[in-house]
Write a protein of this length. Structure first.
Length: 139
């Protein structure tokens, strides 16, 4: 099924759609317990979104990666990964409440208090807030 989706996306010639399929491939790999494959696919999608200045998508994928790493206790890697978050803060497409949520996560990582649940909670908020910029972030 995933291969069919990838082929259909390729037929459209829509590169952003193909990147989103790569992201979904990463989520599927994670759901199947193939963490390293998931992290590889997610990192690929994140880098490609970053290359296109798609800050909001970068933040979403980064949180997916962070949650997987935190589940495995790989906090040093999460610190390295979130080192890139301040660049996302500067992205024009990320609104004030979303920035506050990302800062909260970044600070928790720096204090070594971040959890996979916190990453997923912020991720859920960012998905909802993407199209409702007035949606407040509940701390």
């Amino acid at each position: 099924m995933a291969q069919q989706v990838r082929e259909a996306a390729a037929e459209t010639g829509d590169l952003i759609l193909l990147l989103r399929v790569t992201w979904i491939d990463g989520l599927i790999a994670a759901g199947l317990g193939r963490t390293e494959e998931a992290l590889s696919r997610l990192a690929q999608a994140r880098r490609e979104f970053a290359a296109r200045d798609m800050g909001y998508d970068v933040a979403l994928v980064l949180l997916e990666e962070a949650a997987l790493l935190l589940e495995e206790g790989r906090t040093i890697e999460v610190k390295e990964l979130t080192r890139r978050l301040p660049a996302v803060f500067a992205a024009e497409e990320v609104h004030r409440e979303a920035l506050a949520a990302l800062r909260l996560f970044h600070e928790a990582v720096q204090r070594e208090e971040a959890t996979a649940e916190l990453a997923r909670r912020i991720l859920r908020y960012l998905f909802r807030a993407r199209h409702d910029q007035g949606l407040p972030f509940e701390r």
